[in-house]
Design a protein around this ligand. Structure first.
Ligand SMILES: O=C(O)[C@@H](CO)OP(=O)(O)O
Length: 232
């Protein structure tokens, strides 16, 4: 049965500084790279056939570390970025003679980017809570349909991430391929809402740790059969 691995990127430099990040393209911290390496070790008994990432570097960096630190995950294939996941008829500059048995495609897409945090990007989360109140900031961060000032709600994020998941990623699983998605707290939260059939009121309690893989078994109809969080 095919598996789907969801991996929130490792700690970024702005996670470490407790800053709202959103679409700001901040790289991993040293700890974040270590978390991605640990994720790679935890996944050594799995095989990945295709990988999707957001367009943000912290997710791509996490994917590369995860796929290359423990070579077994790729089953001897070379991970290669395919730079236009949104265009199914990609005829780009990186065309070459493809032997599909030798390569593991990585498709980056902005549809998997973190939620856009608008005016909050770059602000310290604790200072913002002190200024606007803990409750208001928690509502901006964890409610389903409330937008932070100038930014996206989780619902907005879901409206781009879940159709992409259904149109582009689910077909791989239905044809038996194992898939890794390296993305973000909120884009993955949206996909988990869809997979776990969570109601909006169940979402505030859903927290994803950086660098911790979540492994789903998916049946031929695309339904979840089993879910395991590799947090040990
Ligand atoms: O700052 C962000 O982009 C996200 C993830 O780090 O924060 P939050 O946990 O508030 O969704």
């Amino acid at each position: 049965m095919p598996i789907l691995i969801l991996l929130r990127h490792g700690q970024s430099l702005w996670n470490a500084d407790n800053l709202f990040t959103g679409w700001v393209d901040v790289p991993l911290s040293e700890r974040g790279r270590a978390e991605a390496t640990i994720a790679s070790c935890k996944l050594r008994d799995y095989r990945v056939d295709v990988c999707y990432t957001s367009l943000l570097f912290r997710a791509m960096e996490t994917a590369v570390i995860c796929l290359t630190e423990c070579d077994d995950i790729c089953g001897g294939k070379t991970p290669i970025f395919k730079h236009d996941a949104d265009d199914p008829d990609w005829h780009g500059w990186d065309r070459y003679q493809v032997d599909p048995t030798k390569e593991l495609p990585i498709f980056p897409s902005s549809k998997l980017d973190e939620r856009y945090y608008g005016d909050l990007q770059g602000l310290n989360k604790a200072e913002t809570a002190a200024k606007f109140g803990q409750e208001q900031v928690q509502e901006w961060r964890r409610s389903f349909d409330v937008r932070p000032p100038g930014g996206e709600s989780l619902e907005d994020t879901m409206n781009r991430a879940v159709p992409f998941f259904c149109d582009r990623i689910l077909p791989h699983l239905k044809q038996g391929d194992n898939v890794l998605i390296s993305a973000h707290g909120n884009s993955l939260r949206a996909i988990i809402m869809y997979l776990d059939r969570l109601a909006p009121e169940e979402v505030p309690g859903l927290e994803l740790m950086t660098g911790v893989p979540i492994v789903y078994d998916i049946d031929a109809q695309g339904n979840v059969v089993h879910k395991q969080v590799l947090d040990k």
